[in-house]
Design a protein around this ligand. Structure first.
Ligand SMILES: [Zn+2]
Length: 53
C-alpha cells in the first residue's frame, strides 16, 4: 500500500532518495508524481513523515 496514508491505494513504485539511493517506501503513482512537484505533495497527511524516513 502507498506509504502516504491519506490515499490508501495500492503502491506502484518504490520511492527512493536520488541523492543517496536509499528506499523510502512504497508510493502509489499519484503520490510518486506529486512528490516530484513539491508543495501539493507536502500537504498530504503523512507525506512529511514519509520523506523523513
Ligand atoms: Zn499515494
Amino acid at each position: 500500500m502507498c506509504a502516504v496514508r491519506e490515499t490508501a491505494r495500492p503502491a506502484t513504485d518504490w520511492d527512493h532518495c536520488h541523492t543517496h539511493g536509499l528506499i523510502r517506501g512504497p508510493l502509489c503513482g499519484s503520490c510518486n508524481t506529486m512528490e516530484g512537484q513539491g508543495k501539493e505533495f507536502l500537504a498530504r497527511p503523512g507525506s512529511l513523515q514519509h520523506l523523513l524516513q
